[in-house]
Write a protein that binds this ligand. Structure first.
Ligand SMILES: Nc1ncnc2c1ncn2[C@@H]1O[C@H](COP(=O)(O)OP(=O)(O)OP(=O)(O)O)[C@@H](O)[C@H]1O
Ligand SMILES: CC(C)(CO)[C@@H](O)C(=O)[O-]
Ligand code: BAL
Length: 281
C-alpha cells in the first residue's frame, strides 16, 4: 500500500491510474478507523480498480469550540487496517499541505440543506466538508466516492455540490455499521467512559422504538419525534442537540411520513456529541 503525504505525489499516482484506464474509488476519512470505515473501503474495492483512502482531520470543518485538537489520531494503526482490506493508496497530508499560506477558496453550499440538523449547530461545518471533499476529489481524480449513511446530511450536501459543480464523480452511500449493542460505530466513541458507552445505547434504542412505531402504522412526524425525545430524556447522562425528521434526500419539512424520510438525532453523552439516524419509508 502506498502512502502519499503531498498533493503532488498523490496527483502523480492518480494520473498514472487514470492513464491506465483504471476506475478510481475515493474513501475520505478523518482516521481513527473502525469497522464502519472498513465497510466503506470494501464497498469501494468491490466497485473500483484502485481504492484511495484519505486520512485527514480537516481543520476547516471544526468550529472554534469543537474537538479538532482532541480528535483521535492513530495513523500507524489506520494503515494496518487499510492494508488488511486491500486499499491501494493512502493520502495523509498535513493541514499546511491542503491549506498553504494564502489559501482563500471555499465551496459554500448555500441552501436550506446546510442550515438544519448538524448545519444549525455547526455553522461552518459543511463549508469545510464541501471544500475538503472537492479538493480530495480533484487531487485523487476519483470516479467513485464512498460516504456513510451515519452522516446522512453530509451525503445530501456532497451530492448537491457534485451536481451543482458538474464534478465527474458518482457518490455512493453505505448503510450504518453498528456494534452488536446497536451503537453506531464512530471514532468519537473512543471518548466515552464505560458508563457513557452504556448510556449512548439510548441513541439507537430511541430510533428503533420510533421505527417500530412507524412500521406499526404511526406516520405522524411529531409523534415519531416525541417517541425518540422521551426515550432520550429518560437517560440522565444524555442531552439532546436535535431530534428531527425531514424528507430524504430533499430534507424538506413534512408532517406525515408518506415518502422516504430521515429521522436524525444528535445527542451529547457527557461531553461527547454523537449522531445517529434511520431512514423511514
Ligand atoms: N458506523 C458507520 N457506518 C457507516 N459509515 C460510517 C460509520 N461511521 C463513519 N462512517 C463514514 O466514514 C466516513 C468518515 O467518517 P469519519 O472519519 O468522520 O468517522 P466517524 O466515525 O463518523 O467519526 P466521528 O466520530 O467524527 O463522527 C464518513 O463518510 C462517515 O459517514
Ligand atoms: C468526509 C470527511 C472525511 C471530510 O473531512 C469528514 O467529514 C468525515 O469523516 O465524514
Ligand atoms: N463524520 C463527520 C465529521 C465531523 O464530525 O467533523
Amino acid at each position: 500500500m502506498k502512502i502519499f503525504r503531498t498533493v503532488k505525489e498523490m496527483q502523480a499516482f492518480a494520473g498514472e491510474q487514470k492513464k491506465a484506464g483504471k476506475v478510481i474509488g475515493l474513501v475520505p476519512t478523518m482516521g481513527a478507523l473502525h469497522e464502519g470505515h472498513l465497510t466503506l473501503m470494501r464497498a469501494a474495492k468491490a466497485k473500483c480498480d484502485v481504492v484511495i483512502a484519505s486520512v485527514f482531520v480537516n481543520p476547516t470543518q471544526f468550529g472554534p469550540n469543537e474537538d479538532y485538537d482532541a480528535y483521535p489520531r492513530r495513523f500507524d494503526e489506520d494503515c494496518q487496517k487499510l492494508e488488511s482490506v486491500g486499499v491501494d493508496a493512502v493520502f495523509h497530508p498535513e493541514p499546511s499541505e491542503m491549506y498553504p499560506e494564502g489559501y482563500c477558496t471555499y465551496v459554500n453550499v448555500d441552501g436550506d440543506i446546510t442550515h438544519k440538523l448538524c448545519g444549525a449547530q455547526r455553522p461552518i461545518h459543511f463549508r469545510g466538508v464541501a471544500t475538503v471533499v472537492t479538493k480530495l476529489m480533484n487531487i485523487t481524480r476519483a470516479d467513485e466516492a464512498f460516504f456513510g449513511q451515519k452522516d446522512a446530511q453530509q451525503v445530501v450536501v456532497v451530492r448537491r455540490f457534485v451536481s451543482d459543480l458538474n464534478l465527474p464523480v458518482h457518490i455512493n452511500m453505505v448503510p450504518i455499521v453498528r456494534e452488536e449493542s446497536g451503537l453506531a460505530r464512530s471514532s468519537r466513541n473512543a471518548y466515552l467512559s464505560p458508563e457513557e458507552k452504556q448510556a449512548a445505547l439510548v441513541l439507537s434504542r430511541s430510533l428503533r422504538k420510533a421505527k417500530a412505531a412507524y412500521e406499526g402504522g404511526e406516520k405522524d412526524v411529531e409523534t415519531l419525534k416525541s417517541i425518540v425525545t422521551k426515550e432520550i430524556q429518560a437517560e440522565p447522562m444524555a442531552s439532546i442537540d436535535y431530534v428531527d425528521l425531514f424528507s430524504f434526500p430533499a430534507l424538506k419539512p413534512i408532517q406525515t411520513v408518506d415518502q422516504e424520510s430521515l429521522l436524525a438525532i444528535a445527542v451529547r453523552i457527557g461531553k461527547t456529541r454523537l449522531i445517529d439516524n434511520v431512514i423511514l419509508g
